[in-house]
Write a protein that binds this ligand. Structure first.
Ligand SMILES: Nc1ncnc2c1ncn2[C@@H]1O[C@H](COP(=O)(O)OP(=O)(O)OP(=O)(O)O)[C@@H](O)[C@H]1O
Length: 301
Protein backbone atom coordinates (compact mmCIF):
# COMPACT_ATOMS: atom_id res chain seq x y z
CA UNK A 1 0.00 0.00 0.00
CA UNK A 2 1.44 3.30 -0.99
CA UNK A 3 1.00 6.25 1.32
CA UNK A 4 -2.19 8.16 0.99
CA UNK A 5 -1.28 11.74 0.21
CA UNK A 6 -4.25 13.98 0.93
CA UNK A 7 -3.73 17.31 -0.74
CA UNK A 8 -7.23 18.54 -1.47
CA UNK A 9 -8.75 21.39 0.44
CA UNK A 10 -11.08 20.78 3.32
CA UNK A 11 -13.98 22.13 1.29
CA UNK A 12 -13.29 19.62 -1.49
CA UNK A 13 -13.12 16.81 0.98
CA UNK A 14 -16.43 17.72 2.66
CA UNK A 15 -14.97 17.35 6.14
CA UNK A 16 -17.26 18.85 8.75
CA UNK A 17 -14.44 19.65 11.14
CA UNK A 18 -12.28 21.83 8.95
CA UNK A 19 -12.27 25.44 8.02
CA UNK A 20 -11.92 26.75 4.51
CA UNK A 21 -8.36 26.60 3.23
CA UNK A 22 -7.14 24.14 5.83
CA UNK A 23 -5.71 21.06 4.20
CA UNK A 24 -7.22 17.69 4.87
CA UNK A 25 -3.70 16.44 5.56
CA UNK A 26 -3.64 18.58 8.67
CA UNK A 27 -6.73 16.99 10.17
CA UNK A 28 -6.60 13.59 8.61
CA UNK A 29 -3.24 12.32 9.82
CA UNK A 30 -1.93 10.38 6.86
CA UNK A 31 -2.61 6.72 7.31
CA UNK A 32 0.33 4.48 6.99
CA UNK A 33 0.87 1.31 5.07
CA UNK A 34 -1.32 -1.63 6.11
CA UNK A 35 1.16 -4.36 6.88
CA UNK A 36 -0.34 -7.81 6.83
CA UNK A 37 1.15 -11.26 7.13
CA UNK A 38 0.97 -13.53 4.08
CA UNK A 39 0.51 -12.79 0.40
CA UNK A 40 -1.68 -10.31 -1.38
CA UNK A 41 -4.45 -11.92 -3.39
CA UNK A 42 -5.27 -8.65 -5.14
CA UNK A 43 -3.11 -5.60 -5.68
CA UNK A 44 -4.94 -2.63 -7.15
CA UNK A 45 -2.80 0.33 -8.16
CA UNK A 46 -4.02 3.77 -9.24
CA UNK A 47 -7.39 2.34 -10.14
CA UNK A 48 -9.85 4.84 -11.59
CA UNK A 49 -13.36 4.22 -12.87
CA UNK A 50 -15.64 6.54 -14.80
CA UNK A 51 -19.27 6.11 -15.83
CA UNK A 52 -19.41 8.49 -18.77
CA UNK A 53 -18.15 11.76 -17.24
CA UNK A 54 -18.84 10.66 -13.67
CA UNK A 55 -15.54 9.85 -11.98
CA UNK A 56 -16.70 7.11 -9.59
CA UNK A 57 -13.38 5.79 -8.21
CA UNK A 58 -10.25 7.90 -7.65
CA UNK A 59 -6.72 6.46 -7.65
CA UNK A 60 -7.46 3.42 -5.53
CA UNK A 61 -4.31 1.64 -4.37
CA UNK A 62 -4.84 -1.31 -2.08
CA UNK A 63 -3.48 -4.79 -1.39
CA UNK A 64 -6.00 -7.40 -0.27
CA UNK A 65 -4.59 -10.36 1.63
CA UNK A 66 -5.52 -13.91 0.75
CA UNK A 67 -7.59 -16.21 2.96
CA UNK A 68 -9.16 -13.47 4.99
CA UNK A 69 -12.24 -11.25 5.02
CA UNK A 70 -11.88 -7.71 3.72
CA UNK A 71 -14.86 -5.42 4.31
CA UNK A 72 -15.58 -2.43 2.09
CA UNK A 73 -17.64 0.17 3.92
CA UNK A 74 -18.76 3.72 3.23
CA UNK A 75 -21.85 5.77 2.46
CA UNK A 76 -24.15 5.11 -0.45
CA UNK A 77 -22.65 5.96 -3.83
CA UNK A 78 -19.01 6.07 -2.68
CA UNK A 79 -17.95 3.34 -5.09
CA UNK A 80 -17.86 0.14 -3.02
CA UNK A 81 -19.74 -1.96 -5.57
CA UNK A 82 -17.81 -0.37 -8.42
CA UNK A 83 -14.54 -1.38 -6.75
CA UNK A 84 -15.83 -4.90 -6.10
CA UNK A 85 -16.79 -5.27 -9.75
CA UNK A 86 -13.26 -4.26 -10.78
CA UNK A 87 -11.93 -7.40 -9.10
CA UNK A 88 -13.53 -9.74 -11.62
CA UNK A 89 -14.01 -7.24 -14.43
CA UNK A 90 -17.78 -7.20 -14.10
CA UNK A 91 -17.64 -3.49 -14.95
CA UNK A 92 -16.75 -4.61 -18.48
CA UNK A 93 -20.42 -5.47 -18.83
CA UNK A 94 -21.48 -1.88 -18.11
CA UNK A 95 -21.32 0.06 -21.35
CA UNK A 96 -20.70 3.45 -19.76
CA UNK A 97 -17.91 2.20 -17.48
CA UNK A 98 -14.24 2.95 -18.21
CA UNK A 99 -11.50 1.53 -16.02
CA UNK A 100 -7.89 2.73 -15.84
CA UNK A 101 -5.10 1.46 -13.63
CA UNK A 102 -4.02 -1.96 -12.56
CA UNK A 103 -5.50 -4.91 -10.69
CA UNK A 104 -3.28 -7.92 -10.15
CA UNK A 105 -4.64 -11.27 -9.02
CA UNK A 106 -1.85 -13.41 -7.57
CA UNK A 107 0.62 -11.06 -9.21
CA UNK A 108 -0.92 -11.25 -12.70
CA UNK A 109 -2.60 -8.28 -14.31
CA UNK A 110 -6.29 -8.89 -14.97
CA UNK A 111 -6.66 -5.69 -17.03
CA UNK A 112 -4.63 -6.76 -20.02
CA UNK A 113 -5.46 -8.17 -23.38
CA UNK A 114 -5.93 -11.88 -23.62
CA UNK A 115 -7.31 -12.42 -20.12
CA UNK A 116 -9.93 -15.18 -20.26
CA UNK A 117 -12.90 -13.55 -18.52
CA UNK A 118 -14.76 -16.83 -18.06
CA UNK A 119 -11.73 -18.27 -16.29
CA UNK A 120 -11.27 -15.06 -14.25
CA UNK A 121 -14.88 -15.16 -13.08
CA UNK A 122 -14.56 -18.83 -12.18
CA UNK A 123 -11.64 -17.93 -9.92
CA UNK A 124 -13.33 -14.82 -8.60
CA UNK A 125 -16.93 -15.74 -7.84
CA UNK A 126 -19.65 -13.32 -6.88
CA UNK A 127 -22.66 -13.40 -4.58
CA UNK A 128 -25.24 -10.67 -4.97
CA UNK A 129 -27.42 -8.64 -2.64
CA UNK A 130 -30.64 -10.56 -3.17
CA UNK A 131 -30.57 -14.33 -3.37
CA UNK A 132 -30.97 -15.28 -7.03
CA UNK A 133 -31.06 -19.08 -7.33
CA UNK A 134 -32.05 -20.55 -10.68
CA UNK A 135 -35.67 -21.76 -10.73
CA UNK A 136 -34.38 -25.32 -10.75
CA UNK A 137 -33.73 -28.02 -8.18
CA UNK A 138 -31.23 -27.48 -5.37
CA UNK A 139 -28.94 -30.04 -7.02
CA UNK A 140 -29.23 -28.39 -10.45
CA UNK A 141 -28.25 -25.06 -8.97
CA UNK A 142 -24.95 -26.54 -7.82
CA UNK A 143 -24.07 -28.61 -10.87
CA UNK A 144 -25.11 -26.03 -13.47
CA UNK A 145 -21.77 -24.19 -13.54
CA UNK A 146 -19.46 -27.21 -13.53
CA UNK A 147 -21.56 -28.88 -16.26
CA UNK A 148 -21.50 -25.72 -18.34
CA UNK A 149 -17.74 -25.45 -18.00
CA UNK A 150 -17.42 -29.13 -18.92
CA UNK A 151 -15.98 -30.05 -15.53
CA UNK A 152 -18.71 -32.67 -15.06
CA UNK A 153 -20.25 -34.83 -17.79
CA UNK A 154 -23.63 -36.48 -17.38
CA UNK A 155 -26.52 -37.57 -19.59
CA UNK A 156 -26.03 -37.41 -23.34
CA UNK A 157 -22.60 -35.81 -23.12
CA UNK A 158 -21.39 -38.50 -20.73
CA UNK A 159 -22.60 -41.20 -23.14
CA UNK A 160 -20.92 -39.49 -26.07
CA UNK A 161 -17.69 -39.11 -24.17
CA UNK A 162 -17.93 -42.54 -22.56
CA UNK A 163 -17.54 -40.92 -19.15
CA UNK A 164 -20.14 -40.81 -16.41
CA UNK A 165 -19.40 -38.42 -13.58
CA UNK A 166 -22.59 -38.92 -11.60
CA UNK A 167 -20.69 -39.94 -8.45
CA UNK A 168 -18.45 -36.91 -8.82
CA UNK A 169 -21.58 -34.83 -9.17
CA UNK A 170 -23.09 -36.20 -5.95
CA UNK A 171 -19.81 -35.55 -4.16
CA UNK A 172 -19.68 -32.01 -5.49
CA UNK A 173 -23.26 -31.26 -4.42
CA UNK A 174 -22.59 -32.49 -0.90
CA UNK A 175 -19.21 -30.74 -0.61
CA UNK A 176 -20.60 -27.37 -1.77
CA UNK A 177 -23.72 -27.56 0.38
CA UNK A 178 -21.59 -28.47 3.38
CA UNK A 179 -19.22 -25.63 2.49
CA UNK A 180 -22.16 -23.25 2.55
CA UNK A 181 -23.53 -24.69 5.82
CA UNK A 182 -26.72 -25.84 4.10
CA UNK A 183 -26.32 -29.61 3.76
CA UNK A 184 -27.99 -30.55 7.04
CA UNK A 185 -31.08 -28.53 6.12
CA UNK A 186 -31.56 -29.78 2.55
CA UNK A 187 -29.82 -33.14 2.08
CA UNK A 188 -33.14 -35.00 1.98
CA UNK A 189 -34.73 -32.76 -0.66
CA UNK A 190 -32.02 -32.07 -3.22
CA UNK A 191 -34.47 -32.43 -6.08
CA UNK A 192 -36.90 -29.85 -4.71
CA UNK A 193 -37.11 -26.49 -6.39
CA UNK A 194 -34.65 -24.01 -4.88
CA UNK A 195 -37.32 -21.31 -4.90
CA UNK A 196 -39.06 -23.20 -2.09
CA UNK A 197 -36.19 -22.45 0.29
CA UNK A 198 -36.24 -19.55 2.74
CA UNK A 199 -34.39 -16.36 1.79
CA UNK A 200 -31.43 -17.22 4.01
CA UNK A 201 -31.27 -20.76 2.64
CA UNK A 202 -31.46 -19.40 -0.91
CA UNK A 203 -28.54 -17.09 -0.23
CA UNK A 204 -26.48 -19.96 1.20
CA UNK A 205 -27.42 -21.96 -1.90
CA UNK A 206 -26.07 -19.10 -4.03
CA UNK A 207 -22.85 -19.29 -2.03
CA UNK A 208 -22.77 -23.08 -2.58
CA UNK A 209 -23.33 -22.46 -6.29
CA UNK A 210 -20.41 -20.03 -6.33
CA UNK A 211 -18.20 -22.63 -4.60
CA UNK A 212 -19.06 -25.26 -7.21
CA UNK A 213 -16.70 -23.88 -9.85
CA UNK A 214 -13.80 -23.98 -7.39
CA UNK A 215 -13.04 -20.28 -6.94
CA UNK A 216 -10.17 -18.73 -4.99
CA UNK A 217 -12.12 -15.59 -4.17
CA UNK A 218 -15.71 -14.77 -3.22
CA UNK A 219 -16.94 -11.25 -3.79
CA UNK A 220 -20.06 -10.49 -1.79
CA UNK A 221 -22.14 -7.37 -2.30
CA UNK A 222 -24.32 -6.92 0.79
CA UNK A 223 -25.15 -10.62 0.91
CA UNK A 224 -27.29 -10.34 4.04
CA UNK A 225 -29.11 -7.09 3.42
CA UNK A 226 -32.32 -8.82 2.37
CA UNK A 227 -32.29 -11.28 5.27
CA UNK A 228 -33.70 -11.39 8.79
CA UNK A 229 -31.33 -11.31 11.80
CA UNK A 230 -31.14 -15.09 12.25
CA UNK A 231 -30.41 -15.72 8.57
CA UNK A 232 -27.92 -12.82 8.65
CA UNK A 233 -26.09 -14.34 11.58
CA UNK A 234 -25.79 -17.67 9.71
CA UNK A 235 -24.30 -15.87 6.70
CA UNK A 236 -21.88 -13.99 8.97
CA UNK A 237 -20.71 -17.26 10.59
CA UNK A 238 -20.36 -18.78 7.16
CA UNK A 239 -18.29 -15.88 5.82
CA UNK A 240 -15.84 -16.28 8.68
CA UNK A 241 -15.54 -20.02 8.01
CA UNK A 242 -15.12 -19.50 4.27
CA UNK A 243 -12.11 -17.27 4.86
CA UNK A 244 -10.13 -20.29 6.02
CA UNK A 245 -10.11 -21.50 2.43
CA UNK A 246 -11.10 -18.52 0.29
CA UNK A 247 -10.37 -14.83 0.02
CA UNK A 248 -13.58 -12.99 0.81
CA UNK A 249 -14.22 -9.35 -0.11
CA UNK A 250 -17.54 -8.10 1.21
CA UNK A 251 -19.42 -4.85 0.75
CA UNK A 252 -21.62 -3.93 3.65
CA UNK A 253 -23.56 -0.91 4.85
CA UNK A 254 -23.65 -2.45 8.28
CA UNK A 255 -20.65 -1.28 10.30
CA UNK A 256 -21.33 -3.72 13.14
CA UNK A 257 -21.29 -6.51 10.61
CA UNK A 258 -17.97 -5.33 9.17
CA UNK A 259 -16.54 -5.10 12.69
CA UNK A 260 -17.80 -8.59 13.55
CA UNK A 261 -16.67 -10.56 10.54
CA UNK A 262 -13.78 -8.85 8.77
CA UNK A 263 -10.05 -8.99 9.31
CA UNK A 264 -9.40 -5.72 7.54
CA UNK A 265 -11.63 -2.85 6.52
CA UNK A 266 -11.37 -0.36 3.69
CA UNK A 267 -13.34 2.85 4.13
CA UNK A 268 -14.50 4.60 0.98
CA UNK A 269 -16.04 8.02 1.29
CA UNK A 270 -18.13 10.24 -0.92
CA UNK A 271 -16.46 10.97 -4.23
CA UNK A 272 -15.03 7.49 -4.70
CA UNK A 273 -11.95 7.86 -2.56
CA UNK A 274 -10.35 5.19 -0.40
CA UNK A 275 -9.78 7.16 2.77
CA UNK A 276 -8.42 4.58 5.16
CA UNK A 277 -7.58 0.90 5.12
CA UNK A 278 -6.28 -1.27 7.89
CA UNK A 279 -6.87 -3.87 10.53
CA UNK A 280 -10.59 -3.88 11.36
CA UNK A 281 -10.07 -3.36 15.10
CA UNK A 282 -7.80 -0.39 14.42
CA UNK A 283 -10.24 1.17 11.94
CA UNK A 284 -13.14 0.96 14.37
CA UNK A 285 -11.29 1.70 17.59
CA UNK A 286 -8.60 4.08 16.49
CA UNK A 287 -9.08 5.45 12.98
CA UNK A 288 -6.28 7.70 11.78
CA UNK A 289 -8.53 9.76 9.55
CA UNK A 290 -10.83 12.33 11.10
CA UNK A 291 -13.30 11.80 8.29
CA UNK A 292 -13.38 8.07 8.95
CA UNK A 293 -13.92 8.69 12.65
CA UNK A 294 -16.78 11.04 11.81
CA UNK A 295 -18.29 8.46 9.50
CA UNK A 296 -17.97 5.61 11.97
CA UNK A 297 -19.41 7.62 14.82
CA UNK A 298 -22.30 8.69 12.63
CA UNK A 299 -21.39 12.35 12.38
CA UNK A 300 -21.63 12.21 8.61
CA UNK A 301 -22.20 9.83 5.70
N1 LIG B 1 -24.09 1.25 -14.01
C1 LIG B 1 -23.83 2.50 -13.67
N2 LIG B 1 -24.00 3.49 -14.57
C2 LIG B 1 -23.75 4.78 -14.24
N3 LIG B 1 -23.32 5.18 -13.02
C3 LIG B 1 -23.14 4.23 -12.10
C4 LIG B 1 -23.38 2.85 -12.36
N4 LIG B 1 -23.12 2.16 -11.24
C5 LIG B 1 -22.71 3.05 -10.31
N5 LIG B 1 -22.74 4.29 -10.82
C6 LIG B 1 -22.37 5.52 -10.11
O1 LIG B 1 -21.07 5.35 -9.56
C7 LIG B 1 -21.02 5.87 -8.24
C8 LIG B 1 -20.62 4.75 -7.29
O2 LIG B 1 -21.67 3.79 -7.25
P1 LIG B 1 -21.54 2.40 -6.48
O3 LIG B 1 -22.79 1.63 -6.75
O4 LIG B 1 -20.26 1.76 -6.81
O5 LIG B 1 -21.49 2.90 -4.97
P2 LIG B 1 -21.77 2.10 -3.64
O6 LIG B 1 -20.85 2.66 -2.62
O7 LIG B 1 -21.67 0.64 -3.88
O8 LIG B 1 -23.26 2.52 -3.32
P3 LIG B 1 -24.40 1.73 -2.51
O9 LIG B 1 -23.88 1.56 -1.12
O10 LIG B 1 -25.57 2.66 -2.58
O11 LIG B 1 -24.65 0.43 -3.21
C9 LIG B 1 -22.38 6.46 -7.95
O12 LIG B 1 -22.33 7.84 -8.25
C10 LIG B 1 -23.30 5.75 -8.92
O13 LIG B 1 -24.39 6.54 -9.28
Amino acid sequence: MSEHIATETATDAQSPNTTAGETVEAVEDEWTEYDFAGDAKFSATDLNVWYGDDHALHDITIDIPENSVTALIGPSGCGKSTFLRCLNRMNDRIKAARVEGSVELDGREIYQEGVDLVELRKRVGQVFQSPNPFPKSIRENIVYGPRKHGDIQTGLLSRLLGRDDSDAEDDLVERCLRGAALWDEVHDRLDDNALGLSGGQQQRLCIARALAVDPDVLLMDEPASALDPIATSKIEDLVEDLAEEYTVVIVTHNMQQAARISDQTAVFLTGGELVEYGDTDQIFENPQSQRVEDYITGKFG
